[in-house]
Design a protein around this ligand. Structure first.
Ligand code: UD1
Length: 429
């Protein structure tokens, strides 16, 4: 229970100390997907009945979302056996304040559900963030196409709609949370909504499965056209959140980088095709089971080129981890980031560990070096932090990763899971 209730105003100054150079071996369990859990928690706003969720990861971002929902009037309860329950019977405050949205951009996911359920919403604009400007224009345009009146007042999106109407929405960029927001809004709209050029991410599919269990009529999720037949009301349901494919990929890259043999359990390899392909190309041997992946790497590591793009292509959330792998691989690799501007903040830190990387615009060229050397480095965003941990695990000597509150936003018990694999890593306060 306590994992969901840390005081959000205290930013942890914890560090990770890593003694690198140890191969990894053993088994770990993968947690529920952060990026599936966050929109699904917001789906709790769409019904006055109870939504019960299992496999919700214990992460800071989840705590932030629960606090936000609680402030609006959602009753949150936790039961070790039955998971997390959300009761949306009394939504009295359809507001997402700046203080919360600025710490977690995914707070924008309350906009669609609030508008559909309450007919109004006030959600702070997210503002800039470490990995680029990340606007929310597609969310707003989509809701306007469904008949919402939206104004920007004092930094807030102020939205009204008696009842949203089904519409055909073409998204000129693939947006994951944009697709999710519109899907949730359309679930309670009057008529049929068609979202074209929709995001195809597994987390979008998981949200659709949950919405359908609540009585929604969502078809086509996982493809680029999603059709939603609006219904009057949604009812309660139970849903098990899918495993986290980015957490899975991060541990697999760590094992490939350090060498050894690691089995990750309770995961879904069908959500990881592009990542597994790159790991094979890097020289790892992969074995797949029904809900597990085993990786073994004993031969040399080969540099692999990466180009990020929307699912099912290579995920931007795995770019930084593969950059760390390429730092110590044989040969040179080109990494092209096409989703976010300014998502190379880990580069300067990796260079502090002895990596050879040059960047120009959205392209980085990594020349593999025989070894990295431990140093003090600073985490700048969630996935950048994961890449520094991987680099620390392969570096000779001690690496200190500072500002790991970024890691706690997205990785459940990272030091415990890595210790279970034999890594010498500890958290210091
Ligand atoms: C989600 C994920 C994040 C991941 C990202 C891309 C969650 C909670 N977060 O973020 O981990 O890195 O997908 O896979 O699921 N854009 C616009 N206008 C908009 C919306 C987006 O221009 O209205 C742009 C963004 O700036 C970015 C691109 O579209 O360049 C894709 O962003 P998007 O898919 O929306 O990312 P998120 O949903 O925020």
């Amino acid at each position: 229970m306590s994992a969901f209730q840390p005081n959000l105003h205290i930013v942890s100054m914890d560090k990770l100390l890593i003694q690198g150079g140890v191969p990894l071996s053993g088994e770990i369990r993968i947690s529920g997907a952060k990026n599936a859990a966050l929109p699904i928690l917001c789906a709790g706003l769409l019904t006055e009945s109870t939504l019960t969720l299992t496999n919700v990861p214990h992460l800071h971002d989840v705590t932030t979302m629960l606090k936000l929902l609680g402030q609006m009037g959602v009753q949150v309860s936790l039961d070790e056996k039955n998971g997390l329950s959300l009761g949306g019977g009394n939504i009295h405050n359809p507001l997402a304040p700046y203080e919360m949205v600025k710490t977690m951009r995914a707070s924008i996911l309350v906009l669609g559900p609030l508008l559909a359920r309450c007919g109004e919403a006030r959600v702070s604009l997210p503002g800039g963030c470490a990995i680029g400007s990340r606007p929310v224009d597609l969310h707003i345009k989509g809701l306007q196409a469904m008949g919402a009146e939206i104004d920007i007042e004092h930094g807030y999106i102020v939205a009204h709609a008696k009842r949203l109407k089904g519409a055909r929405i073409f998204m000129d960029l693939v947006s994951v949370t944009g697709t999710e927001n519109l899907m949730m809004a359309a679930a309670l709209a009057d008529g049929v909504t068609v979202i074209e050029n929709a995001a195809r991410e597994p987390e979008v599919v998981d949200l659709a499965v949950c919405l359908n269990a609540m009585g929604a009529r969502v078809e086509g999720a996982g493809g680029d056209i999603i059709t939603i037949h609006g219904v009057e009301k949604l009812h309660g349901a139970s849903h098990h959140v899918i495993p986290d494919r980015i957490e899975t990929g991060t541990y697999l890259v760590a094992a490939a980088a350090c060498g050894g043999r690691v089995k990750v359990k309770d995961t879904r390899h069908d959500t990881l095709d592009a990542v597994l392909e790159k790991l094979r190309e890097a020289g790892a041997h992969i074995t797949l089971g029904e809900d597990w992946v085993e990786i073994e790497r004993s031969g040399p590591l080969k540099a692999v080129n990466i180009r990020t793009a929307p699912h099912p292509a290579f995920p931007t959330d795995m770019q930084a981890q593969f950059m760390a792998l390429n730092c110590i691989a044989d040969g040179s690799a080109t990494i092209i980031e096409t989703i976010f501007e300014n998502r190379f903040m880990h580069v300067q830190e990796l260079i502090r560990l002895g990596a050879s990387i040059e960047t120009q615009g959205n392209t980085a060229v990594v020349r593999g070096v025989p070894r990295l050397d431990g140093a003090i480095v600073m985490a700048t965003d969630l996935r950048a932090s994961a890449s520094l941990v991987i680099a620390g695990l392969v570096a000779q000597g001690e690496t200190t990763v500072e500002r790991i509150y970024h890691i706690d936003r997205g990785y459940e018990c990272i030091e415990e899971k890595l210790s279970q694999l034999g890594a010498r890593i500890k958290r210091v306060h």
